[in-house]
Write a protein that binds this ligand. Structure first.
Ligand code: AMP
Length: 249
C-alpha cells in the first residue's frame, strides 16, 4: 500500500515573526524556512508504517514555490521514496491545496494520506478535513496513535475530554497531532542520497485547479506586548493584590 504525505514549507518555528509595514502579511524575505513541524511527524509516521512492513512506498507532495523542493528533499532524506512538487507562484489557500492533493491522490491511488493537523504559518487546520470531504474518504483527525490493519486503520484522536479511538475504512485521510511520534533527523549520507531520489514537477493546471484566492486578508497585526510583572514580598501581599488589583479572588 502506498502512503501519500503532504509537506508544507513554512517559516521556521524558531523565527521571530515580523509583520510587514503595510499590514498585508508577514515578512518572508531572508527568513529561515523549514518543513511544517506537523508534517515532519507525518513523514515519520509513514516511514514507521513502511518499516513495519505495512506500506510499500512513501510519496511526499508539496504545493508551493520552486524552493519547496528543499522541503521535499528533507522528507526524501528522512526516508521517503519519491516526491511531487506542484509549483505555484502565489500563496495557496487550504481549499486550493485540498483540490490539488485530491488530483494527486486520484493519479497515485494511495491507501492512506497523512496530513499535518495544521500549518504553523496560517494555523488554518482545514486542509485534511477538506481533502477528505472532496475525496469522499473517511477522516481521523488529530492522531496520537495510528494502527494500520487489513483494509482499515484505527486512529486514536486527541479530543478535549481525552482520547477517542475511531476505526476508518481505507482509503482514508489522517491528520497528525504532536504526540504521535518524535521525527528522526536526516543523516548526512541520507541527505546526499536524497539528491538523487525522484522528484516530479507538476502545475495546478495539470490537476485542473484554479489557484485564484477566495479569501482576502484585511489586515495583519502583531500581538500586543505583555506588561511587565511585579514582585511581591509575601503571600499575604500576593493575596491582597489578587483581590484588590486583579479582582480574581
Ligand atoms: P492548514 O490547513 O493550512 O493548517 O494545513 C494543514 C496541513 O495541510 C499541513 O500540515 C500540510 O500537511 C498540509 N498543507 C497545507 N498547505 C500545504 C501546501 N502548500 N503544500 C503541502 N501541504 C500543505
Amino acid at each position: 500500500m502506498k502512503i501519500l504525505v503532504t509537506v508544507k514549507r513554512v517559516v521556521d518555528f524558531n523565527v521571530k515573526i515580523r509583520v510587514k509595514a503595510d499590514g498585508s502579511g508577514v515578512e518572508l524575505a531572508n527568513v529561515k524556512m523549514s518543513m511544517n513541524p506537523f508534517d515532519e511527524i507525518s513523514v515519520e509516521e509513514a516511514l514507521r508504517l513502511k518499516e513495519a512492513g505495512k506500506a510499500s512506498e512513501v510519496v511526499v507532495v508539496s504545493i508551493g514555490p520552486a524552493k519547496a523542493e528543499e522541503t521535499l528533499r528533507t522528507a526524501l532524506a528522512m526516508g521517503a521514496d519519491r516526491a511531487i512538487l506542484v509549483e505555484t507562484e502565489d500563496q495557496v489557500e487550504p481549499l486550493t491545496v485540498a483540490k490539488i492533493v485530491k488530483g494527486v491522490a486520484e493519479a497515485e491511488q494511495p491507501g492512506l494520506i497523512i496530513v499535518g493537523k495544521q500549518a504553523i504559518d496560517d494555523d488554518s487546520n482545514q486542509t485534511g478535513q477538506m481533502l477528505s470531504a472532496l475525496l469522499g474518504w473517511a477522516q481521523g483527525t488529530f492522531a496520537s496513535k495510528v494502527e494500520l490493519g487489513d483494509g482499515k486503520v484505527n486512529v486514536t484522536r486527541e479530543v478535549d475530554g481525552g482520547l477517542q479511538t475511531v476505526e476508518l475504512k481505507l482509503p482514508a485521510v489522517v491528520t497528525t497531532d504532536l504526540r504521535l511520534n518524535e521525527p528522526r533527523y536526516a543523516s548526512l549520507p541520507n541527505i546526499m542520497k536524497a539528491k538523487k531520489k525522484p522528484l516530479d514537477k507538476k502545475s495546478p493546471a495539470d490537476f485542473g485547479v484554479d489557484t485564484a484566492p477566495r479569501l482576502k486578508v484585511l489586515k495583519t497585526e502583531e500581538p500586543s506586548g505583555r506588561k511587565a510583572g511585579i514582585k511581591v514580598k509575601s503571600v499575604a501581599e500576593l493575596v491582597e493584590k489578587l483581590k484588590s488589583e486583579a479582582g480574581v479572588l
